[in-house]
Write a protein that binds this ligand. Sequence first.
Ligand SMILES: [Zn+2]
Ligand SMILES: [Zn+2]
Length: 381
Amino acid sequence: MNIIFKYKHRSIIMKFNNLTLFLSRVFYIILLGSQYIFVFILSGCSSGWNIHNPYEQVDWEDHRQYKANFHTHTTRSDGKFSPQAVVDKYHKLGYKILTITDHNEVTFPWTDFAAMEPSDRAKERLENGVLEQKSLTYENRDPEALGMVAIQGNEVSTPHHVNSFFTDYEKRTDQEQIALESIESRGGVVVINHPGRYTGENPKKYNTNWYADILTRFDNIAGIEIYNQVDRYPTDRQLWDSVLVELMPGRPVWGFSNDDFHGDLNKLGVGWNVFILPELTEESVRTGMEEGRFFYVHAAEGHNGAKPPQIESVNVNRKKGIIEIKSIGQDSIRWISGDQVIQRGNSIQLTKNTEIFDYVRAEIFGPGTITGTQPFGIHNP
Ligand SMILES: [Zn+2]
Ligand SMILES: [Zn+2]
């Protein structure tokens, strides 16, 4: 038997193998009820598949697709270029959504760049002749005039780097917990950066449970970076899948692909996110981040114009248990759940025999490029 209850817009599903456990949980839920529970549904007898489709609200005819990078540095921290030079480079590559994420510095708003100070590190590098003066001379930029949305943010460089968005929080702490609590109390959104670095360096602390725990406790963590630069940490995606196995279908975790650009032009425009939005506003970008209304793209030659597969629509047929992708420019598509490829082709047909870990996601391959969907939560009837 399964119980679904809604908490802060998320469906949380509890599974019960025996009646005693079920009754004790029902009692617990009733205790919590006065504070948290808005809807309480018993399920298990409905026909068709209970599929959570992050693209449900997308109008494929009407909404447009926008390129986004949520991770880049300037000479306000350890980057090589001035803030305006970084903005200009992304603008030239057709990006519409950009966050400058200097380490523990909020380089925002863009209309105030001229009043900001370069980092001590940048000043030292200027003295050593590593940087030129123009990288430390700042000019303002008007995102509106550029047709872009500037998102406030920074890379909170606690032991584990995380990006904070939509808040001016910029303190440095030595505990992730404190940073996450502060960002949450300010109404910010978080993305966990390049986890493969930490699972590789300190696997005892940074294991699947550690990530599953913070993702469960902090509702404002939108997801995990699964491509960083030219795929610096390929185990990012292993971690993503292992966390999804733990948390899906109740707690989706969205995958982000970001340049983490520091100044190497070969690493500019290699990883991005395609947002499908009704309008290009800060508010709709925030909703898109929270609801997973985007694809991630990895294209090592993106700065040279490599074109990744483009998704034109995603359709879910719950009655038949089919998820179908219409895309152009692809060589192949594969569907992943846990550490397995479970089907190949444009669509996946779920059956009672499909072995899945409560979610499925698709990877669409083009020549030297990948476009990926967010995970679809699957609740086997
Ligand atoms: Zn980092
Ligand atoms: Zn970074």
